[in-house]
Design a protein around this ligand. Structure first.
Ligand SMILES: Cc1cc2nc3c(=O)[nH]c(=O)nc-3n(C[C@H](O)[C@H](O)[C@H](O)COP(=O)(O)OP(=O)(O)OC[C@H]3O[C@@H](n4cnc5c(N)ncnc54)[C@H](O)[C@@H]3O)c2cc1C
Length: 419
């Protein structure tokens, strides 16, 4: 049965959702309040696609909690602590996240080949371990990574420098975790390309149009800031950090925190006759949680998340300094920093670190949001999951089989996991 579906938000998650729905033959209209796709959280992210790391404590554990946030976000921090207690069985939810990430990579590779997409993708990720403390943590995690059978290797500093020949020799390095199947790609570019393919399949994109309100029911309704909304059978909210405001009037209190993170993007410096001095793919400096990634002819350096009172798209200097320092330590003079662009985005994050992909509660209303620091990594499979659930239980069960997700995994992604 062909459904008329409205998708709210054209970030990487909304566009992937629109594509999957249109590819399945549904009539899709995407409403985006900005003038283009990927204008908010998907704009200048690190680009790292790392299913191998999502379940580990490596590289992601470091959420910086600002002083004010300790009070203003106390409830969220309490919930986060509770979901990580052994009694809450965090292993179960994190394993669901890992399976979703692996399924997403398979879907991304499939789309890349099928649609011949080029989004500055490069395979390979090195998690740099500066000293004994980081090496010990990686060794602790090693049996789990090895069991994934994804070609991961714990390598010494010499081998790490062979893999990334431009790593600065003077910066101390005890070893690295090499993840050859993880990698990096430009999420914004991918979103633009996939939007064009969704349009070819009949999806309609309505830009500069904010959805002011939604209402569930047999005939769900949208209210637009300007113009008349079309009649639809289903609504999927992919509104990233703004989703909370849209859902609150329906009594849906999403425990969604705005975790800020920033990035610096600069062109790679080319010197005649010499190989450039930038990274080949992606590196993560485990000690400070900073990512340095190669995106075509540019280098992007990104920070770990910060839970605090930051606002706007321009990051404070204090947040940028560690990024420039890390770039200088690992790849000195590799980028033309006077041409650097600064950006700050939000990673809408739920306390257990999992997104919400599934029914909102009120009939006709669906959610695909809250992907936190893994939105790019998870977008393609999340879109498949929400598409199949909208089509009904049989489609959802068939997809879960196909993606090697258990029924428990889908339950872990539902909104009603929160009391
Ligand atoms: C610095 C940084 C680095 C990151 N690095 C990585 C990484 O390496 N790997 C990874 O997997 N993830 C990473 N992430 C996370 C990832 O970028 C996000 O999880 C992802 O982009 C979220 O996508 P989204 O489509 O859900 O949200 P968004 O991209 O924010 O899209 C939501 C869209 O909805 C629109 N919208 C909102 N409300 C309305 C409304 N009422 N009406 C109409 N439109 C509306 C917004 O304008 C926006 O375009 C990073 C994030 C940041 C900030």
């Amino acid at each position: 049965m062909t459904l008329r579906v409205a998708v709210i938000g054209a970030g990487v998650v909304g566009v992937a959702t629109a594509y999957e729905l249109a590819a399945a033959g549904h009539e899709v209209t995407v409403f985006e309040r900005r003038a283009s796709v990927a204008g908010e959280g998907s704009f200048a992210n690190s680009g790292v696609l790392a299913p191998a790391l999502v379940e580990t404590r490596l590289a992601h554990a470091a959420l910086h909690v600002g002083l004010t946030a300790r009070f203003s976000q106390a409830g969220w921090l309490w919930q986060r602590w509770r979901t990580r207690r052994p009694a809450a069985d965090p292993g179960k939810t994190l394993a669901a996240l890992r399976r979703l990430a692996l399924a997403s990579r398979r879907r991304l590779l499939h789309l890349t080949r099928q649609l011949q997409l080029d989004y500055e993708q490069t395979p390979g990720l090195l998690l740099l371990l500066r000293g004994e403390r980081e090496l010990k943590a990686a060794r602790h995690q090693w049996p789990e990574l090895e069991a994934l059978d994804m070609g991961a290797a714990l390598v010494d500093a010499e081998r790490a420098r062979q893999l990334e020949p431009s790593l600065h020799g003077a910066t101390a390095l005890a070893g690295a975790l090499h993840l050859p199947q993880d990698g990096v790609g430009n999420a914004r570019q991918f979103t633009h390309l996939l939007k064009a393919h969704a349009q070819k399949l009949g999806a309609r994109f309505v830009f500069d149009t904010e959805v002011k309100a939604v209402r569930g029911g047999v005939d769900p309704e949208l209210q637009l800031a300007t113009g008349e909304a079309p009649s639809v059978d289903r609504i999927v909210v992919c509104a990233g950090a703004q989703a909370r405001r849209l859902l609150l009037p329906l009594g849906l209190k999403l425990p969604l925190a705005a975790v800020h993170a920033c990035s610096v993007t600069a062109p790679v410096r080319h010197l005649d006759g010499l190989p450039d001095q930038g990274p080949k793919a992606a590196i993560i400096d485990e000690r400070n949680g900073i990512t340095i990634s190669r995106l075509g002819q540019r280098v992007r350096v990104s920070s770990r998340g910060h839970l605090g009172a930051d606002r706007g798209a321009v990051p404070a200097n204090a947040r940028l300094k560690p990024l420039y320092r890390a770039l200088e330590e690992w790849f000195p003079a590799a980028a033309i920093t006077r041409e650097a662009q600064h950006w700050q985005g939000i990673r809408p994050t739920l306390p257990d670190g999992l997104p919400v992909v599934g029914p909102a509660g009120p009939a006709g209303l669906w959610l695909n949001l809250g992907h936190g620091e893994h939105g790019w990594t998870l977008a393609c499979a999340s879109a498949q999951v929400v598409r199949a659930q909208i089509e009904g239980d049989t489609a959802a069960a068939a997809l879960a089989d196909e993606l090697a997700l258990g029924g428990g995994d889908l339950a872990c992604l539902r909104l009603d996991r929160w009391p």
